[in-house]
Every structure is written in C-alpha cells, then in structure tokens.
Design a protein around this ligand. Sequence first.
Ligand code: PLP
Length: 459
Amino acid sequence: MEFEVTKKTPLYNALSEQGKRIYLPQGIFHWSGRAKKEAEISGTLGSAFGYEKDFIEGGSSEWLPLYLEDIKNFTKLSIKEIVPYSQVSGLEELKTHWKKWLIKKSLYNKDFELDKLNRLENFTTTPLVTSGLTNGIFLCCSLLLNPEEFIISPNKRWGNYDNIIEKLLGAKIKSFDFFIEEKFNIQGLKDAIYEIAKNQEKITLILGFPNNPTGYVPSKDEMEELVYMLKQSQKDLSKPIFVLVDDAYEPYIFSDNAIKRSIFYALHEIEEDVIPIKLDGITKEMLLYGGRIGFITVGLKPQWVNSEEELIALKTELTNKLSGLVRTTISNSNHFYQALVIKLFKDVGMEGLIQKRDKVTNLLKKRYEKINQELRKIDNSNISVDPNAGGFFVFVNLNPNKISANQFADHLLRKYKVGVIPIEKHNNNINGIRIAYCSIDLTKIPEFVKRFNLALNDY
Ligand SMILES: Cc1ncc(COP(=O)(O)O)c(C=O)c1O
C-alpha cells in the first residue's frame, strides 16, 4: 500500500518512523480471500477445521473449527462465535455497532443537527478493535511518537501513560500542572504546546475526562476555552495538534456543571488541524474489565480530501496502518468478548444498555456525592480536594511540606486499616491520595472519611 492520500494530509509527516514503516501486508489475507471465492478445495486457513462428527461424538456434519467439547458447557455462544480468529481490525459487525454507539454518544440531535451527524459519520474512521484501551494507547503512541519525542499530558494522569510512553517507547511526557485555582490550567497547557512546538513539527496531547486520578471533567465554559485555545494555537503555529482522547470513563459524569460528552466531538467539529483520536472501550463503559476490547477512531477533516474516493482511500490506509500495528503485537483481539458485545447490542439494544447501566451510574453518583460531602466537612489546611465531576476517583492533595503521600498511605493502612493509592512525584508537583470511591459501598464512606481525617490529625 502506498498511502497516497495519507501523504497529502498532515497525518503522514506526523507519523513516527515506525508509524511510517508499518503496514498490513496483504500476503495471507490476499490468498485466503481469493481462495474463498475461487478455490474448490482450500488449504489457506491457519486454523484447524473439520466435520464436527469426526471429532465430537454425536456431532453434526457441519464444517467447524476443531474444538474441545467441554467449552460448550460454559457458554451459549456458538462455536463459530468463539473459536476462530477475529479479523485483525476486529469483527465487522462489532465495528458497525460501535460506530453507531459513538454517534449516539455524541448526543447530536438528528432533527436539528443533521449536518453535524453526517460529518461525524463520514469523517471518522471505522473504529478499530484493540485489546482494551491500554493497547489502543500503546498503538496510537507507537504510531505517532519517535523515541525522545514529546507528548503533553496533565501532571495528574493515569500512571500507565508513563510506563507506555517513557519506559516502553522511550518517548517523553511534557507535564503541566493540571489545575490553577481549582480550574483547568489552560494557560499551562498552552505554554507546554508552544514550548514543544519550538522543536517538533507536530504536537501530541493525551487528555481524557473524567480524568484518572482526579475525576475532573471540564465545565462548558472551560471546554469552550480549551477548544478555542487549541484552535488558535494550531492556526498560529501552523502545526497539527493531535489529541489522544482517553475516554475510558466517558459515561460516568455526575455533576450538572460538567460537559456531558467526550471532548472528541467538539474537537472533531472544528476546521483546524486539531486532530482527535478517540480511545474508548467496553472496560468501564460496559463494565467488562476483563473483556479486553477497546476501540480507536480517528477524526478526519473534510479539507484533507477532494472526493468521496479519496475519503474512502484515506480511511482504508489508516486502518491498514493501525492493523499493521495490531498484527505485529497482539495479532487480533479476543473473539469471545467481541461476540458477547455484539449480542448485547443486538439483544439488549443501545437504549436497553443505557437503561441497565443507569442503575450502576446512579449508585456511583450517590457515592460521588457522599464522598465529596464528607470530604468537605474536613477542616484541615493541609489538604485540598481537586475539582471532580465524575469517573471513579477523587484526589486529595496533601501539603508536601508537612505530609508525604506515601508515608500517609502507609500510616492510614497500618493504623486505621484504610487502603488508598498515594501519588508522590515532587518533580511533577504531585503529593496526594487517590480515593477509588467506585469500590467503597455508600454506607462505608462516612467511616472511610472519618478514619482518613483521624490519620490527618496525627500529623
Ligand atoms: C484513564 C485510563 N485509561 C485507560 C485505562 C485502561 O483501560 P483498559 O483496561 O481498557 O486497558 C484506564 C484503566 O484504569 C484508565 O484509568
């Protein structure tokens, strides 16, 4: 594949050396595809098949993947839905459902916002299936970042970003202080962008709301300010800005003051080359942590292509590049869970899924309200709680001159039998405690905070 259309867009130059090299060779896919149509007897498929009766007692005459009989005892899904390999980029049916899901999550109204809906539908790639969001983050960072290149992230971020970006890929994270006076530090982000732009031809950010570890989600005003800043910076610098939008906690927004949907949509709407890449998945959205199914969807800009053919070619090329990365790392994603999610979409339906999940969301919302309410009662100048509006966590900053977060967590656990995650990174201005209220029953929250406060008073 020559990637002719991609080369005409800002995407190609922004790829890492690896991203430029990688592609999915057609080799076996070409020959097995042709054999499917043209061959009378095919010996192309690298998985074992046979007539069921030849390997299962009382089996049918159906030509099936050879399987161990007992697996049927554990699932109602058919053998064909769980045993074979999935396509490299994921099951087509699942990808189609996920695209519709992504459109539904945009909250665009088809009576009033048809243009926006059409744009979203046409100018996004088909979601590509990954092995959870972690894998999606790794793949996108591999696609974009050379060793030593910078990606910008708030100082309070999911710790695994550091592992993937710095330790595994050898790229670097440019941190900025997330909050200033309890608000998103948009100026800090802007400064980071301008600094990185001095030495890089593209800027890459990773952002996601609700954020882990703080639970922060921007308000409408903050989001508008953020989008405006990104637009202006892109125009001023004339360099593409990629935004990896980590939507792991997308549906869990509990405050009326916060935006109700992913920033992916607002970034996708703007004309400038602020290029959002959406990373989402079933992990938290469908409460299937061990299912390991995530998705990568790239937001495209209408001005990059001159025709419908070019648009189709661009999507094919990008899917091919990402598929090359999937093929060389995990080969393809878990078939069983892809099939399970297809069933959920088909049998329960999107509305049904949302309704069922609402029970969980309401439970978490009550905990969110309770923990904030209880934490507000603590009168101690050595702590401050970061703004939070959703997700699974709250973050309590500790005065670094008085209390070490690591020591405090140890003290809390030993003396008060309460477990939390300390994050202490003084060079990133962080010294605090992440509380995962998602895993504390509502009735235990007052006791949890009481003990937290007692531990604070020991300092
Ligand atoms: C912000 C964030 N992104 C991504 C992930 C990883 O998601 P997955 O389990 O789908 O790989 C997590 C999980 O904790 C997370 O908190």
